[in-house]
Design a binder for this molecule. Structure first.
Ligand code: PRX
Length: 633
């Protein structure tokens, strides 16, 4: 990734007077200095400013049991109270909370009042199905309004949602169901994507054959094609919502600030994905503040975060953040280029989107279709643009800035992670920008670049990106695996959070992300673990062993390359390579399909038997293999 992201420290983009005059944060230096002096005080003020609490905290930050930090200790709250309930009292009640458009152009809108009604009804249904506080509910859906509605309903009753991205397949869903032990699964018959149907229910049925814990499956009818419904287990969403159990009066369960809100699986350094746990209290403070400061979200704005709700970006900045701020969010079901490459630009024009947030891979993909597509649309409503998920190469940055933002919209490049819950390195609109840099740590945070021994490196030298202070939206643990939480994030440098990214900081204090240093691959901004793809390959009868690496890719950022050692007597053929790719697609999901499969006779390993992916990567790119003293083929 370093190839496209780095070394462009030259040109500054200063915010225009107009942008600064309108910005929520005008004097960013003063705010940064104040927050740096007293970060706990900074967050306490934000907690009062943006959030309503049912009971106050006794302590803002409890760091007596590091790294198990607690925020707003003793406070009572529920994120859904702040996202919905409190808006029902005044004029916001009739304001649009969500505008949704389907791939076919069908439109649905929800005022705060209407959203509350749907959420409350489904929350009552969940209760009737036996879901109680602390229970996990898995949600596996396409991008339809029922997805955020289901998330909010789960949170409303104090249960914990586990959203599995709708692009994942059988084994990925199964593993996540097993780990969370959810008794309820909410899914769809199918999802529309690129003019085709993704068979969500069919995939869920396969996964359920392998998972014993699920007792109830609620199915939203979206595509309308025939699916099998198991009597006693499967129920239609619309049937349940028509029953008296779907009571529109459902009180919001007031919980402790530190009670879990959701878990979200993500791939880490090794093994199967683990669920990151986020809580109600600090999380809502962190996401509301960052959305307000970085994207300057205003009451009359139309905000579009074009991510999928199934990833953290969607959790924080499609579902919870905008609702807490009382904004109007737009959500779109389909792919950006279907049926034409101006689908997104058409909707920015149609709905008058003011702030638009997407990933570099999407921008690079759309760039390839040329400027005439966006130029045919009126994009003048746009005020700010955003980027997330991977480093944005300066060429894509400039195109986004010039062609989409017409040179007047600052680009907020936000660096963060599933684990961080909120933006960690990001500018505010009044700050001067450099294409390709996420600028500085968010207010109150201190980031650094360490060498192997934990010494800060010099300016412009590459090293491990670390965060030195706790923040309110930080993950609290890994579900059922607190030891791994400590080991993976807090052990390399005790007391300091290890991000897993390599980065540089320039002489102006601006951070430049290079990419992951662990076994995580970023394909089109999606975070995938090598181990999970490898285990999908090995689950095929022809495969004895597999190693997977990510190589630079012009549009996707990285693409997946697999090295496969076949079982004795199996012939390496092109047809088998295709079959293996399809197999990974069925087990993990289409995004995890290897771009290329190479059949090999051996894999480079350490003497203790660990595959040296670093060596494979170097070989594939014709680079030096580095230190191979532990190598044994
Ligand atoms: O490598 C960084 C990259 O995405 C990783 C986190 O992935 P995930 O947990 O899926 O969350 C993605 C959305 C928040 C990081 O470790 N990353 C994320 N944002 C950026 C980025 N790399 C460079 N620039 C960014 N703005």
């Amino acid at each position: 990734m370093g190839e496209i992201a780095n070394g462009h420290n030259g040109d500054w983009y200063e915010a225009s007077e107009e942008v600064v005059a309108q910005a929520h944060i005008k004097d960013w230096k003063a705010v940064a200095e104040g927050a740096d002096r007293d970060f706990v005080g900074f967050w306490e003020e934000r907690a009062k400013e943006f959030i309503d609490w049912q009971a106050p905290w006794t302590k803002v930050l409890d760091d007596s049991d590091k790294p198990f930090f607690k925020w707003f200790v003793g406070a009572k709250t529920n994120i859904v109270y702040n996202a919905i309930d409190r808006h029902l009292k005044g004029a916001r009640r009739n304001k649009l909370a969500m505008i949704w458009e389907g791939e076919k152009g069908d439109v649905r809108t929800f005022s705060y009042h209407a959203l509350n009604r749907e959420v409350s009804k489904f929350a009552s249904v969940l209760k009737a199905l036996g879901v109680r506080k602390g229970d996990r509910v898995t949600i596996y859906m396409g991008r339809v309004p029922e997805l955020p509605i289901a998330m909010l309903a789960v949170a409303k009753i104090g249960a914990v949602h586990s959203v599995v991205y709708g692009g994942f397949s059988t084994e990925a869903l199964h593993g996540r169901l097993e780990d969370s032990q959810s008794r309820v699964l909410v899914t769809c018959d199918g999802a529309f994507l690129n003019g085709k149907i993704v068979e969500l229910k069919k995939i869920a049925d396969e996964a359920l054959k392998r998972s014993a814990a699920v007792e109830h499956v609620v199915v939203v009818r979206r595509t309308g094609h025939e699916v099998s419904m198991e009597t006693g287990r499967d129920m239609w969403w619309h049937d349940l919502m028509g029953l008296p159990i779907a009571d529109p009066k459902c009180p919001t369960e007031i919980v402790d600030a530190e009670d879990p809100l959701y878990m979200l699986y993500t791939s880490g350094t090794t093994g199967t994905p683990k669920a990151i746990v986020h809580t109600h209290g600090g999380y809502q403070v962190g996401i509301a503040t960052t959305l307000k400061y970085v994207f300057d979200l205003r009451d009359d704005d139309r905000w579009w975060c074009a991510a999928d709700p199934g990833w953290v970006t969607g959790h924080s900045y499609i579902v919870y953040g905008p609702l807490i701020l009382g904004a109007t969010s737009f959500m779109y079901e389909g792919a950006p280029t279907f049926p034409y490459p101006d689908r997104w630009w058409q909707m920015i024009e149609k709905y008058g989107i003011n702030v638009f947030y997407t990933a570099p891979t999407a921008i690079r993909g759309l760039m390839r279709w040329g400027e005439s597509w966006p130029n045919r649309r009126d994009l003048s409503s746009l005020r700010l643009l955003g980027s997330v998920g991977e480093p944005i190469n300066p060429e894509a940055w400039r195109w986004y800035h010039r062609v989409i933002g017409k040179g007047k919209c600052p680009i907020m490049d936000t660096w963060w992670q599933t684990e961080t819950g909120m933006f960690m390195i990001a500018p505010v609109p009044s700050m001067p920008l450099k294409p390709g840099s996420g600028t500085r740590p968010f207010f109150g945070q201190q980031a650094d670049i360490y060498d192997e021994e934990g010494r800060p490196v010099k300016d412009n030298e590459e090293g491990f990106l670390v965060l030195k202070r706790p923040w309110p939206a930080m993950m609290r643990t890994i579900y059922n695996d607190p030891e791994r939480y400590v080991k993976q994030y807090w052990s390399k440098y005790p007391g300091v959070y290890l991000t897993g990214d390599s980065a540089k900081r320039d002489e102006d204090g601006y951070f430049w992300i290079i990419g992951r240093v662990d076994d995580v691959i970023k394909v089109s901004g999606y975070r995938l673990g090598t181990a999970e793809i490898e285990s999908a390959l090995v689950s095929h009868e022809a495969v004895a062993e597999a190693a997977v690496i990510g190589l630079p890719h012009e549009v996707k950022g990285q693409s997946i390359h697999a090295y496969v050692l076949l079982r004795h007597g199996v012939q390496a053929t092109a047809a088998l390579a295709d079959e293996l790719k399809a197999h990974v697609g069925t087990e993990m999901g289409p995004i995890a399909k290897p771009e290329e499969i190479s059949f090999v006779d051996s894999l480079p390993k350490t003497r203790s038997g660990k595959i040296m992916r670093r060596v494979l990567k170097a070989r594939a790119q014709g680079l030096s293999e580095g230190d191979i003293s532990t190598l044994e083929e």
